[in-house]
Design a protein around this ligand. Structure first.
Ligand SMILES: [Zn+2]
Length: 47
């Protein structure tokens, strides 16, 4: 069974990161376009 990868994108700054679907959401981190708060991750696409 292939492991699906998810491309996440921050809707504030546009940063992208790829994770396995089973790993869940990326670390919140710090978003430079969101007043220094967390990135606003949304699922961009499946790979
Ligand atoms: Zn961000």
């Amino acid at each position: 069974m292939a492991s699906t990868r998810i491309e996440w994108m921050c809707k504030k700054c546009g940063k992208k990161t790829i994770r396995l679907e089973s790993e869940g959401r990326p670390q919140p981190g710090t978003c430079p376009k969101n007043s220094g708060k967390e990135h606003a991750w949304v699922k961009n696409r499946k790979l």
